[in-house]
Design a protein around this ligand. Structure first.
Ligand SMILES: [Zn+2]
Length: 464
C-alpha cells in the first residue's frame, strides 16, 4: 500500500482524533469564560514601577513575607500588561483625566472630570451601569470626592470642586467609603448645604468610625473617615487612637465586597489606595511604602474573597507614575544598600505630619530640628543637611540645581535619601505607562499595551 494512502485503521484513528478534537472544541466552548458578574478595579494611585520592587523588599523586612501583587505577577493564570496613560493635553496625566478616561471612555484635559475639551460631557461608567440596575461602589483612602473615585461617577469642569461632586454619587454609587467629610458636612461645606442628609433619606447608613462600619447591616453606605484624606498608614499605625477609630483599606474593601459578591445584580467597584500618590508628591518613602502595603493587604483580602468564584474579574493597576522613586546602590560594591533601605523601618511619621508638628513648635533652632527629625524619622542629619532643610522650610535662599526638587518636599526627600538610598526624579507625575494585572474571568483582555481610555470599552463589554 502506498504510504500516502490511508488504511481503514488510519481512518478510524483519524476519526477518533477528529472526535477527540471536536470533543476538545466543545469542551473548550463549555469552558469559555463565564459571564462576568462583577469587576473589582483596584488602583494604587501614582504608583511608579520601582514601588512594586521596594514594596516587595519592604514587606519581606517588616512582615517576613512578600506582597500579593508580586505573587500575582508570578501567577500564570493572571495576565499582565502596560497601560498608556497620557491625557488629551499632556504626555503627563493627572488623576482627573486618567480616571475620566477609564470612566468616560475618552482622553480629556488634566484637572477636568468627564468634561471633554469641546465642553461636552461624558456619561461616567457608574451612571451607565446604574441605569441597567447594577450595583456600584467607591472605596478610597483619599477624599472620596477626589479625582480618581470621581472619574467613575461624577462630571465637573474642575476636579477641585469636590463639594459639587459630593451630591453626585446619590442614586449612582451604592457604597461610598473614604475620606472627604468636609465636602459633605454642612458645617464645613463652602455653601453650608447638608450633603449627608439626602443620602440618609435615601436609605444610606452614615458612618464615621471603624466600629460602626463593621457593625452596619445596611446595603447602602456613606462612610467618611477623614476631614479630607484619610491618615497616611504610617501615621495610623503609630497612633493607638487612630488604629481603633479608622478602618483600613482592606477592611473597607471587605465591607463593600460582602454586599456585592452575594448580590444577584452585576457590580463594579473601584478600590483606590489614594495616598501612595501623595507619598510620592511629598518624596516621603515611608509614607508611600506603608500605604502601598495597606493597598496590598486589600489585594490579599480581595483574592481571598473571590477564590471560589470564576465569574469575577480583578484588575490591579495605577493611573500614572509619580516621582519615580527607587533604591540606589550605595557603598563600595553597593554593599551598604540593604542597611540603608532598612532604615526606612525606623520612620514613625509621614513627612506631612512631621512638618506640621515641627511648625507647631515654632522653633527655628537647628539643634531642635535635628533632634526632632531623629525622633520622627530615626535618622541623624549632618549640620549641612539641617541648615539646608531649615532654609527650605523657612523660605530662605539656598542652592538647589533641580527645579523639580527645590521645594521643601524635594529637599527633605533628598536628605532622607542620603541615609536610605532612595532617590526621586521629581515631585510630580510622570509619563510612564503603568502596570496592569488582571485575574479571573476575561483577564486575557489586558495583555500588551492598553490605552487608558480602552478600559471603559472593556468595562462596558463585560458589564453592560
Ligand atoms: Zn498626584
Amino acid at each position: 500500500m502506498p504510504k500516502s494512502s490511508l488504511s481503514r485503521r488510519d481512518l478510524l484513528k483519524l476519526g477518533g482524533a477528529t472526535a477527540i478534537l471536536s470533543g476538545c472544541k466543545s469542551k473548550a466552548q463549555a469552558n469559555s469564560p463565564p459571564e462576568v458578574k462583577g469587576v473589582i478595579f483596584m488602583v494604587s494611585d501614582g504608583m511608579s514601577h520601582g514601588v512594586l520592587t521596594m514594596a516587595e523588599n519592604f514587606s519581606n523586612i517588616v512582615h517576613g513575607k512578600g506582597t500579593h501583587w508580586w505573587k500575582l505577577i508570578d501567577n500564570n493564570d493572571a495576565t499582565h500588561g502596560l497601560m498608556e496613560t497620557s491625557s488629551a493635553n499632556s504626555m503627563v496625566t493627572d488623576s482627573a483625566a486618567a480616571s475620566s478616561a477609564w470612566g468616560g471612555g475618552v482622553k480629556i484635559n488634566n484637572t477636568t472630570v468627564n468634561v471633554r475639551p469641546d465642553g461636552t460631557e461624558s456619561l461616567p461608567i457608574m451612571r451607565q451601569l446604574k441605569q441597567l440596575g447594577h450595583k456600584t461602589a467607591l472605596v478610597s483612602t483619599a477624599s472620596i470626592t477626589h479625582a480618581t473615585p470621581a472619574g467613575f461617577a461624577a462630571v465637573t469642569p474642575n476636579r477641585d470642586d469636590e463639594h459639587l461632586i459630593a451630591p453626585q454619587y446619590l442614586g449612582v454609587v451604592d457604597i461610598i467609603l473614604g475620606g472627604g467629610m468636609k465636602f459633605f458636612d454642612p458645617r464645613q461645606r463652602v455653601d453650608s448645604r447638608d450633603a449627608i442628609l439626602p443620602y440618609q433619606e435615601s436609605g444610606y447608613d452614615f458612618l464615621q468610625d471603624r466600629d460602626s462600619l463593621l457593625k452596619s447591616k445596611s446595603e447602602k453606605l456613606l462612610g467618611l473617615f477623614g476631614k479630607k484624606h484619610m491618615e497616611f498608614e504610617v501615621d495610623r499605625l503609630n497612633d493607638k487612637e487612630l488604629k481603633k477609630s479608622i478602618p483600613t483599606l482592606a477592611e473597607m474593601s471587605e465591607v463593600a465586597l460582602k454586599r456585592l459578591l452575594p448580590a444577584k445584580e452585576k457590580f463594579l467597584i473601584q478600590i483606590e489606595g489614594g495616598r501612595i500618590d501623595h507619598g510620592a508628591h511629598l518624596n516621603d518613602i515611608a509614607g508611600l511604602l506603608w500605604d502601598q502595603l495597606a493597598f496590598d493587604d486589600a489585594i490579599g483580602k480581595v483574592l481571598e474573597m473571590i477564590q471560589n468564584r470564576d465569574d469575577i474579574l480583578l484588575i490591579v493597576t495605577s493611573d500614572h507614575g509619580n516621582a519615580n522613586p527607587g533604591l540606589n546602590g550605595t557603598g563600595v560594591k553597593y554593599k551598604d544598600s540593604d542597611e540603608a533601605f532598612k532604615k526606612i523601618t525606623r520612620i514613625t511619621s509621614s513627612h506631612e505630619k512631621m512638618i506640621q508638628d515641627w511648625r507647631k513648635q515654632k522653633s527655628k533652632d537647628p539643634v531642635f530640628l535635628t533632634t526632632f527629625i531623629r525622633k520622627k524619622l530615626g535618622i541623624t542629619l549632618t549640620p549641612e543637611e539641617t541648615q539646608t532643610l531649615l532654609a527650605s522650610l523657612t523660605s530662605k535662599p539656598f542652592t538647589e540645581w533641580s527645579n523639580q526638587l527645590s521645594n521643601p518636599q524635594g529637599i527633605l526627600g533628598q536628605i532622607v535619601g542620603n541615609h536610605t538610598g532612595i532617590g526621586w526624579t521629581g515631585t510630580s507625575h510622570t509619563s510612564d505607562p503603568t502596570i496592569i494585572s488582571a485575574f479571573g474571568s476575561q483577564s486575557d483582555r489586558f495583555h500588551g499595551i492598553t490605552p487608558n481610555q480602552e478600559i471603559h470599552r472593556h468595562l462596558l463589554e463585560l458589564l453592560a
